[in-house]
Structure formats: structure tokens, C-alpha cells
Design a binder for this molecule. Sequence first.
Ligand code: HEM
Length: 491
Amino acid sequence: MFVMFLSSLPSVVLLFFVAARSVYYAFFHPLAKVPGPKLYAFWDLAFLYHLVRGEWPHKLKQLHDEYGPVVRYTSKHVSFISPGAWKIIYGHRMAGQETFQKDRLSYRPTMSGYPNILIANDSDHRRHRRLLSHAFSEKALRGQEDIMMRYVDLLMARLAEKARAGEVVDMVRWFNFTTFDLIGDLAFGQPFGCLSSGEYHAWVAMIFKTVKLGAFLEVIRRHPVLGILKSLLVPTELTRSHAEHWALSEQTAKRRLAGADMRREDFVSHILRHNDEKGMSEGEIIENANLLIVAGSETTATQLSGTTFYLLTNRDKYDKVVSEIRGSFEREDDITLLSVNELEYMNAVLKEGFRVYPPAPLALPRSTPPEGEYIEGYWIPGNTTVSIPHLAAYHSETNFRNADKFVPERWLGDPEYAHDARGVLQPFSVGPRNCIGMNLAYAEMRLILARLLWNFDLELMPESRSWNEQKIYSLWDKGAINVKLTPVPRE
Ligand code: HEM
């Protein structure tokens, strides 16, 4: 009897430990008063389960619908969806207040060990941002207009060929070809040749292959013991693609730094011109160039894909934006970086596109300062992970009337939408670590959309009608938006 008791002791102790831990986190922990399902508060397994299945952002939206604008979804993660939370969590802080740091479990060191601007600590970040900001200034943007135009011209020419041949085109691919070619040229003075070949460059293809890897790695980071199962959990092909991606980035950046492939000014030239002893090392420049390719291309292409899909499934909005674009210019050459800013309805369409289909749908996690902080009326202890999930915030009826509908008019003063919490829409984030490429992204999106709708009538093919029903890993897992293009007849 006693021997039996002894042999079952470890399981009893384990059971007791799990039960005591669960009770503590659910009922006595300082976050116990924050709304949320108790099952989620015990551990992070429910969250990770939905994450690896590609359904977490949708699940979190449901939790916010059920529990309100503040939801605790693991023992130490809290999600907020009200506009006021942006400034506290991500914004510039007052003198004497500490900024919320990026959550270190999510923002991991790079493979080379050199930081890039995204994962850098605050002091490295200031150094990187100072140098990179030269490449993203107003003046630099004006200097980039010719290059942008070249790729938009090429996109129009390739689409016209496809239309003449009566081929249906997948707009997701063509937007990606354009933004990747452009960013390759802007970052390294070297396009990827996607538009000419009509195929993804190996580098670009690798980025898409590694999308799901992020979700698997998140699980392993949180439960290192599962690292033993890494080879089972993470498909070998994904790990290999990740390593290949990094090797290719390093090779391209090194060639550029050695002076090869330098046909004209690119992001690297801006960095090198202002680099000094307080600047960036070669390793940091390589890491940043690599980051810019990913951060600056897929995001913009995703936004254009989402906006196009919602326009094609809301024909009244499509007709309105088309008539604005075609009525605003006499010739195609009049569509410039400056003139597209004036397209009021199209700009509202792009904003609404960001809302219904945010290109970075996951939250950007931050840690509360060690002394803790009040956020939206709740005391959040130090080192808690807090964030604002774009998808849940933008699709919440507490923030937007008819939240699941595509209504550009809500950005143009329509009284029906007067009570929308418009300030919650921050697709580029806010504060010192917001998107450095926002103006470039807007310039690309406006030019591409205006030129596309100037040149072609678009019709969505039936097989793409439910395109928006997608899983989300680190990015949206997008299918094809198959479209029939008809060139607009002009003299
Ligand atoms: C629709 C397009 C885009 C969206 C929605 C977007 C969104 C974002 C967001 C939300 C962040 C904050 C990330 C975080 O806190 O972890 C960010 C950061 C960043 N983005 Fe973008 N982005 C877009 C386009 C671009 C472009 C075109 C570039 C450059 C070519 C770019 C470069 C960067 C960089 C370098 C950072 C890090 C900035 C820093 O930490 O100081 N992005 N972006």
C-alpha cells in the first residue's frame, strides 16, 4: 500500500502543482480582475493551440466580442482594443516615464546576432532610425518617384498583355511582383525580376514558405521543452527555407556593400553617406536591408490585395472610385505622386481597406514597465505582455458601426458613422517605433490602384468570391484573387 502511494507520489504532486497554479492565476494573480475566460488564464495552451492552427486573431476577436475591450488571454497577456490604449502602450511617453519595451519572446535576435531596427533595444534603435530616416525623408521619396513609375508602368504593360491574351490574372501575385521588384531596387539597387518573368524570385518564394514557421517557433519559444520535438513540429522544408533565405539576403547585401550592382542611389547609399563611428556596422546594415525587403513589400501588396477584393465584392464602391479616378485626369501621365493625394474617395477606400483587411493582422506585443501601469482603467503589473490586435480592434462593433461591411464613406463624414472610433485605426502603429515606410507605402498603393483602375475594368472570378475567409499565421495565408481584366478603350 505504502509502496503504491510512493510510486504515485510524483503524479499527485504534479496534479497538486497544476491545480494550485491554475487557482492562483485565475483567482489570486494581480490580473485576476481583468475580464477573460478562466481557462485561458491558467496557461497559454489555448492561445498557442489557436495560433498554430492559424485562427488566433479570429478567436481573439470573438473573445473581445464576448468579454469587452480588455481581455486577458493567458496567465500574463492582456489585449486591448480601445483607441486610448495606443498612446499608453506604443506612444511617446512623458519625461520620467519608461517606454513599453518590445516583448522579447516575440522580437527575437536575428540569426547573425546583429540587431535590425525592428528588434533593437531603445538605444540601438535610435542609432538605426536616425540613419534609416534619410532614406525615407520627403526629399528621398520625391527622388524615388521615377523608379516607382518604372515598375508601375511595367505592371500595367504586363497586365495589358495578359488582358489581350484573354488570361485571368491572380492580382495577389502581380501586386507582390511589383512591390518586391520595387523594394529590391530601392533597397539594393537590384530588382528581383518578378514582373518580367511573371514568377516569384527564389528569395520571395522563400518568404512565403516560411510564413507558417513563425507560429511553430512561438510555441517552442514559450515551452522550450517542446524544442525536443522541434524536428517533428517544424517541417524540415520550412527550416531549410529559412536558412536559405538568410544566406541569400546576406550574399546580396554583401555584394551591394562591396560596390557591385550599384547603378544609382538606394537605401544603402543613404545609410553609407551618413554613417559615422556612432552609426551602423556592416552586419547591422545587412540585417536592416534584409528586413526592409520583407517589411516593405508583402505588407503593401497585402493591403492592395485586400482593398481590390473588397472593391470587387462591393460594386457600388468600385463604380464610385473608378468614376473619381477616370474623371480626375485627362491623361495617364497626369497620375503622379502628388496628384493621387487629391483623390478623396480613393484615399478613403484605402483606409477602409486597412480596416477590413489589416496587412499586419497580429498584435505587436509590448512589456509593461517593471513598476506596472494603469491601462484603460485596469492596473497591469510590471512585465505583463500587452498589445492591440489590429483585426479584433478594427472588426469590433464597439469601435465601428457595421464593422464587417466595407464602407469608405465612414472616413468621409457620413453621419451614420459619426460615432465610429476612427482613432483606433493605426495600421502603421504609433510612437517611436511606428512604421518608417508609411509614406512610401501610401505612395505605392495610391499610384498602383489609381493606374490599375484607370487602365482596366476588373471582374472577380467566381472561384475567388470567398477569398477573405483565410487563416492567419504571422501573415494572412492568402489564396488567389482571380480577376478578368478588360482594357478601357481610349482614343
Ligand atoms: C501597407 C504597408 C505597411 C504596413 C501596414 C506596415 C506596418 C508596420 C507596423 C505596424 C510596424 C510596427 C512594427 C512593430 O511595432 O513591431 C512597422 C514597422 C516598420 N516598417 Fe512598416 N508597414 C508597411 C510598409 C512598410 C514599408 C514600405 C517599409 C519600408 C520600405 C516599411 C518598413 C518598416 C520598418 C523598417 C519598420 C520598423 C520601424 C522601427 O522599428 O523604427 N514598412 N510597419
